[in-house]
Design a protein around this ligand. Structure first.
Ligand code: SF4
Ligand SMILES: [Zn+2]
Length: 466
């Protein structure tokens, strides 16, 4: 790209999706616990033309080349933009492009969003000369003006002074909350169309976010209003309209139009989506989700965890471990990447029992969404203060008479039912020998891939080929 001649590293879409490993990084900004820096944020605000000195890049604190190799630092990226067609409602979508454009820079990895910001710059790119925020800022300026021409003026401030990052993050949190609050109140049945987002396909090629008023996207940074605005100002960009089509199931949240668009955008990998369930055909998960909803089979309940929770969850797994089961663009039944805002939705996993099914969540998140949790259930949901193991959780749920206990009773009744003659006859054919999401087979020179496989067989013979 000729516009980037002055930049010492390459810039282009081919660099998106680069994974910079710890041993290859020159520096990390932000990132999740335990190694990440606690305070980080990125924020875009629309300003009046006269408030902006176009192209100005300010660094508050040390620059990239002032830090020791291998260090991890707090960072704030504060971008102010102006242009006659810019409105406040576009701030969220302009902000989300920081992820896309930063990833265009060779040897740079940008993950997540808002207060979950996580960036690494590789040693190789640093050695090529990417050693200052001035370079990063200039790339952002050029890309914003080229890709979103309604951004006429831009000034960017990088903040690395830890005290200032923390102070400004507090302000940013209030602004995110105001944005999210504006999008509350609208229901899925009030609109004719949803919107889609494929920004994360660079990391998760089959992931398609369906952004509906009642299902806030999983990164928590793109509301239905944001996606609509983005699809209008940048029709060739990552956001697009999804006509709902026929409602196939109002409880599970399935529409024919959604299924068609998701099938086409995922290149046939995902053909059905239930927006209000984490079982069956759940929404796909990319990798930048703010939280994970996970099924706890021992108590028939749902646990919630957010990215910043550094301890083990009640099922003995960390956020990072569950993230591996959840992300990558898959439909993982029983593990679903969610935004914290989705917890406030009246349709939050309504097909699975909604809040009556939630049994555990970190104290911090419970406090954050307290006003969105039904009053009658709030004290029946355990936190790390109440239960740290499944056994402790089970006793807690019994003590508080959590509604999920009804499911235990139902399960016991089924297990105790005597097996009649008919059931005994049917039993052998119900023995699943193989059950897996993908099964590749090679037959007569052809490769056949079976999806969502369950094979029943009276007998399985496995023989090593000579
Ligand atoms: S998580 Fe979804 S809405 Fe957010 S940037 Fe990725 S694809 Fe878009
Ligand atoms: Zn993502």
């Amino acid at each position: 790209m000729s516009a980037f001649k002055e930049i010492p590293v390459d810039v282009g879409v081919i660099y998106t999706g680069e994974n910079i490993r710890y041993q290859d990084m020159r520096i990390q900004f932000g990132g999740p616990p335990p190694r990440g820096a606690k305070h980080k944020f990125e924020l875009v605000q629309v300003k009046d033309q006269e408030e902006i000195e176009d192209g100005k890049i300010t660094i508050l604190g040390p620059d990239i080349n002032d830090f020791e190799e291998g260090s991890t630092r707090p960072l704030g990226i504060y971008i102010e933009v102006a242009g006659p067609e810019l409105e406040k409602d576009l701030e969220g979508v302009i902000e989300r492009r920081v992820h896309e454009y930063t990833n265009y820079i060779e040897g740079t990895m940008h993950l997540n969003q808002r207060y979950d910001l996580y960036v690494r710059i590789s040693k190789a790119s640093y050695e090529k000369g990417f050693n200052s925020f001035k370079i990063w800022g200039r790339v952002l300026e050029l890309l914003y003006k080229a890709e979103l021409p309604i951004v006429e003026k831009i000034q960017i401030t990088f903040i690395t002074d830890p005290v200032k990052v923390e102070e400004m993050k507090e302000e940013a949190l209030k602004i995110y909350e105001e944005r999210d609050a504006r999008a509350r109140g609208l229901r899925d049945e009030d609109v004719d169309a949803f919107y889609g987002c494929v920004l994360c396909q660079s990391f998760a090629p089959t992931h398609v976010c369906v952004v509906a008023p009642d299902r806030y996207c999983s990164c928590g940074a793109v509301s239905w209003f944001d996606a609509r605005a983005s699809s209008r100002i940048d029709p060739k960009g990552p956001n697009f309209k999804i006509e709902k089509g026929e409602c196939l199931d109002a409880i599970k949240g399935e529409w024919s139009g959604v299924n068609e668009v998701v099938a086409s955008k995922s290149l046939g990998e995902v053909n059905r989506v239930w927006l209000y369930s984490m079982f069956g055909y759940p929404h796909t998960s990319c990798g930048c989700f703010e939280g994970i909803a996970y099924y706890i089979p021992e108590v028939e309940g749902i646990g919630i965890v957010h990215r910043d929770f550094s301890e083990l969850c009640v099922n003995g797994l960390s956020f990072a471990t569950m993230s591996d089961h959840t992300g990558g663009g898959r439909q993982s039944r029983g593990f679903n990447g969610i935004s914290i805002e989705y917890l406030r939705s009246p349709k939050f996993f309504q097909a699975d029992g909604g809040w009556n099914r939630v049994v555990w969540m970190p104290r911090e998140i419970k406090e954050r969404v307290r006003d969105g949790i039904p009053e009658e259930i709030i004290d029946k949901i355990a936190t790390e203060d109440d239960a740290r193991t499944i056994e402790e959780l089970r006793s807690f749920l019994e003590n508080v008479e959590h509604p999920v206990i009804e499911l235990w009773k139902a399960k016991e009744e089924i297990e105790e039912e005597p097996i009649g003659a008919e059931a005994q006859l049917a039993a052998p054919s119900q023995q699943g020998v193989i059950s897996m999401p993908t099964l590749p087979l090679s037959v007569g020179g052809l490769r056949i891939i079976l999806k969502n496989v369950r094979i029943y067989a009276e007998k399985a013979i496995i023989r090593r080929e000579k």
